[in-house]
Structure formats: C-alpha cells, structure tokens
Design a protein around this ligand. Structure first.
Ligand code: SF4
Ligand code: SF4
Length: 198
C-alpha cells in the first residue's frame, strides 16, 4: 500500500483512538524534576519524535509547532537519515512550554508503549518500550497499569497501522522478540496489557 492510504480522515481517527488519558496524574512530575524540569520524553537531548509524513504535513498546515529534524550539516543529515524511515520523518517540536494537546504527535500519546505482537505480527496487547534512551519512570513501575480505554485505543490504532503499512509489522515482530528476551533474562513475563479488566 502507498503513503496516500493515510488520509486526513484516517489521521483524525487515529488521534481519536489515542485520546484516552494514559494516567490520572501528571506523569511529567515523576521524571521532570530529575531532568532539568523537562519531561524526559519531551527532551530533544535524548528523544527524537517520528511523525508519519502525512502527519507532519497535517500539523504544518495548521502551525509551525513541528519542524523537520535539522539537516544543515553533513552530520545532521546523516543523523536525520538514520531516524527517518519509509513512512516517518524525524521531527522536533517547539518544546513543552508551547505544547498543547491538539499539537501533539501520535507518538506523544503512545509513549512509553509499543504493541507486543506474535511471530506473524498479530497484536497481542501493549507492552513497554525499552531502549538506551528509555528514561520513563512508568516503565515497569510496580503496581501501575494503564487504563483499559487507553490500552484498547492503542491496540486498535496499531491494528490499523499494520493494515495500512504492513511492512511496519516486521519491525515490531523484531522488537517483540527483543522484549521477550529481555524479560526472560529478568526472570519474569513480559508485561502485557490487553485492555481486559483485571
Ligand atoms: S510518559 Fe514517562 S517520560 Fe513521559 S512525561 Fe510521563 S513519566 Fe515522564
Ligand atoms: S509535542 Fe508536547 S508531548 Fe510531544 S514531545 Fe513535544 S512537548 Fe512533548
């Protein structure tokens, strides 16, 4: 399928799916105090949001809040090329002080979760993203479970993403294998949120 499958209507629907709140408190207060007052997932020192190309254009038609990752020097171009993918562009926002909910990218609502998929790419539920840059204190936070409506919306979102961009499934098959390996090493099951009441 081609990029044009991601229509504005579809984007709007995806934004609706990710609207349920992930926490009933301001989770930025957990991480910002240890990160110079900036929520860790909004700190461009260590995170580079990826926006679908159509999503970036959608925002740019409305404001200058988002911009493409700089590509002025050969180093920046190399870095940006590393982040960019077939469907996404590496971008930078104007920062938390100017952030409004309707200006956020899909990735802002979805972090710190990713879909856990089986070997065929079927979504089993949501689990935490891990990586060198993951400084989010919600990851593996004892006793914390994301709300069911948030999880259900995220699952529905990813199912649609895989329908539109089937090649994205392979990325998450690989990431899911890594997640299983990681938790096996830790001696516990992969946290899996399915949207079913517990
Ligand atoms: S999602 Fe995680 S990193 Fe982002 S503001 Fe909340 S606690 Fe901080
Ligand atoms: S748009 Fe808002 S939530 Fe998203 S990275 Fe920027 S400041 Fe953070």
């Amino acid at each position: 399928m081609t990029r044009s499958k991601l229509t504005e209507d579809r984007l709007r629907r995806w934004y609706r799916l990710v609207q349920p709140a992930m926490t009933d408190f301001d989770c930025g207060q957990l991480c910002a105090p240890d990160n110079d007052g900036v929520p860790a997932c909004c700190d461009e020192e260590w995170t580079v949001p990826l926006l679908f190309r159509e999503e970036y254009k959608y925002h740019r038609q409305r404001s200058r809040f988002w911009r493409r990752y700089p590509r002025r020097t050969p180093e920046q171009r190399a870095e940006a090329n590393e982040f960019d993918s077939r469907h996404d562009w590496a971008c930078l926002c104007s920062g938390p002080a100017k952030c409004e909910r309707n200006k956020r990218a899909l990735v802002c609502y979805l972090y710190p979760f990713m879909p856990l998929v089986n070997g065929k790419g079927k979504v089993l539920g949501m689990t935490f993203i891990h990586g060198e840059a993951s400084k989010c204190p919600l990851i593996d936070r004892p006793g914390w479970t994301p709300p069911t409506d948030y999880v259900r919306g995220s699952i529905a979102y990813w199912e649609e993403v895989f329908e539109i961009f089937p090649d994205e499934q392979a990325v998450f098959v690989d990431l899911s294998r890594k997640a299983r390996r990681r938790y096996r090493r830790l001696g516990r099951p992969v946290p899996l949120f399915t949207g079913e009441p517990r």
